[in-house]
Design a protein around this ligand. Structure first.
Ligand code: C2E
Ligand code: MG
Ligand code: MG
Ligand code: MG
Length: 271
């Protein structure tokens, strides 16, 4: 029965994936099987220092090999069904294991992990994350928890409480996809964040759109007002990087420097 589930094709209409309820059910079933079967993997994408050109940290990004299904499709389904909590535990454990392996290879790099709204509601997740790194003696200050602005705003009080606990434990905290959700500047000052990531849709048009240029400039100033490091997401062109540098942005993440790559390839890039 399970072997059969693996071979159900995803239905595409005119190149667009079928997003119907049956599509969701099918993806959910296959995803749950993939998680439990150890089929998910992680890629790592560098965040690069704009001044030195060096890799400051890397973001762990989920991949579901051979499924033809990207995180943009399967993460929302995992969130809706609650499967995300199981996936996050796997991601956390895998990152801790990978960091230990890199350490044995003489490689030290900060790693960022994405956490969903649903994870923030899970009472035991924070303790699980702490234990995953403590038990392997991986320095928690080398780990960054990324949470989207909208996840934070949805349950602000709880999010601030959970993230403050993690911050107190030494983890870095990044606000992801900044600028896309409804947020309050007041919350920004209440969040125990260390890093702010400007969503790539603002970066995409930054050279052409005066509006986006002004918004990005203002977001960077706002972040610095709260002592947050700024990462610009989705930087694909050198001119974007140059402009961001003049705005005082600290880091860039995007195809200009590197796509998300497998752990071995990342070790090579770091060397
Ligand atoms: P995100 O956390 O904002 O991650 C950045 C996304 O932008 C990644 O997409 C990355 O591959 C993509 N990206 C990076 N540079 C560029 C660029 O220069 N141009 C363009 N067009 N895209 C770029 P990806 O890997 O498909 O992940 C999409 C989203 O899925 C992530 O957005 C995150 O919200 C979610 N996700 C991925 N892995 C995980 C995970 O382990 N846990 C959770 N909860 N969510 C995850
Ligand atoms: Mg992220
Ligand atoms: Mg993002
Ligand atoms: Mg995103």
């Amino acid at each position: 029965k399970q072997a059969k589930a693996e071979h159900i094709p995803v239905v595409y209409h005119d190149g667009v994936a079928d997003r119907s309820a049956s599509f969701h059910m099918e993806v959910f079933g296959r995803l749950r099987h993939a998680v439990r079967n150890g089929e998910l993997t992680l890629n790592y994408q560098p965040k690069v220092d704009l001044q030195s050109g060096e890799i400051r940290s890397v973001e762990a990004l989920l991949r579901w090999p051979d499924s033809g299904i990207t995180p943009d499709v399967f993460i929302p389904i995992a969130e809706k069904t609650g499967l995300i909590c199981e996936i996050t535990r796997w991601v956390v454990t895998e990152v801790a294991r990978q960091m230990l392996e890199w350490r044995h290879q003489g490689i030290q790099v900060k790693v960022a992990i994405n956490i969903s709204t649903r994870d923030l509601l899970d009472k035991s997740i924070a303790a699980f994350i702490v234990d995953a790194f403590d038990s392997r003696k991986v320095d928690k200050s080398q780990v960054i928890i990324e949470v989207t602005e909208s996840a934070v705003m949805k349950h602000a009080t709880l999010a601030i409480e959970r993230l403050s606990f993690l911050r107190d434990q030494g983890f870095g905290v990044a606000i992801d996809d900044f600028g896309t959700g409804y947020s309050s500047m007041a919350y920004l000052s209440d969040l125990p964040a260390t890093e702010l990531k400007i969503d790539r849709r603002f970066i995409g048009e930054i050279l052409k759109s005066k509006r986006d240029k002004k918004l990005v400039k203002a977001m960077i100033a706002l972040a610095h007002e709260f002592d947050l490091l700024v990462v610009a997401e989705g930087v694909e062109h050198q001119q974007q990087a140059d402009l961001l540098k003049t705005f005082g942005c600290e880091m860039i993440q995007g195809y200009l420097f590197s796509q998300p790559v497998e752990a071995d390839r990342l070790a090579y890039l770091l060397r």
